[in-house]
Design a protein around this ligand. Sequence first.
Ligand SMILES: Cc1ncc(COP(=O)(O)O)c(C=O)c1O
Length: 375
Amino acid sequence: MATVDSAHEASTTGRSAARIPISRPFIGDEEKAAVLAVLDSGMLVQGPQVAALEEEFAALLGVRHAIANASGTAALHLALLAHDIGPGDEVITSAFSFVATVNTILYVGARPVFADVDERTFNLDPAAVAEAVTPRTRAIVPVHLYGLPCDMDGIASVAAEHGLTVIEDAAQAIGATYRGRPVGTFGTGCFSLYATKNVASGEGGVVTTDDDRIADRVRLLRQHGMRARYAYETLGYNLRMTDLHAAIGRVQLGRLDEMTRRRRANAAVLSRSLTSVTTPTVPDDRDHVWHQYTVRVARPDLSRDEAVRRLDEAGIGTGIFYPEGLHQLPHVREVVGDQRLPVTERLTSEVLSLPVHPALVEDDLARVVAAVNGL
Ligand SMILES: Cc1ncc(COP(=O)(O)O)c(C=O)c1O
């Protein structure tokens, strides 16, 4: 994954003037001023900036509670804990995701159960989810991969039929909507504010919910299980957000509409212009926020590795998110054994993400299109 460091390196090395990174944090004077103001304030952790970010985040989604914490991983961990999911429980999720999706299920001692994805959307196939339900299933964790919402009607109907909790992994999808409704409002929502995300505070996470009891549990668990000072109600953790991160996140949140517009415009150019690879499909009932613009390279005359190599030579940064399914990782196989997920396995061997971030200019896009069409 491209990081702040690699984006920085790309902009400071010799080759870089011409290099187009796969992602680049969009940090300006406002973020810098916001951080300096926090440093001068004397309140560095879970202070007024965190409270303001929580209010603004909740207002953006139209939910009762947004609880800021240390990372998207922490958000998923806290959500699972708050719903009392643990040993003996099964949680159905997608293996076509970042490792945090499965690790957090393992952290709480539950068993991950993978359902295969829909080939067109790369997201959980509700029919496969329905087949994976057993008497031990407690929750479904749909992942809105690359910023495209899952089929939430399909998932909600399986959840309702079996009385299951829905915890959305919306780490990549802030601002995305399904039938006009924002992701993170269909169940307990988990967002990431990591450096490359659409709202990037450096590190950070947010849990969203309309349920007062779940919100209270998340707040308690993120700070040592402490209700009043040194009054410990339960085993808790230190998963707080700092005010430095919250201050950056607030500036970024204020720019989200503009940044998403740019991502959508960039994606539209790519989808209109690319001819040599399979471009993404977006069903009519959902709005994509293009955290990643991901094509499929499935040509007998061109391997994905060769495509990556040639694009790299042309100064185009790419990413493979993700090179294998989570069910294939050694520490996961130890728990779930051998499983075949044919669609996930095919897609993870074909996907290639191209630059779509808001810092791209027209000329960058033209170069990406020319290089990809020349493959
Ligand atoms: C799908 C998905 N889930 C969870 C996470 C974890 O978020 P974080 O890196 O903020 O811990 C990420 C981010 O990398 C992600 O992409």
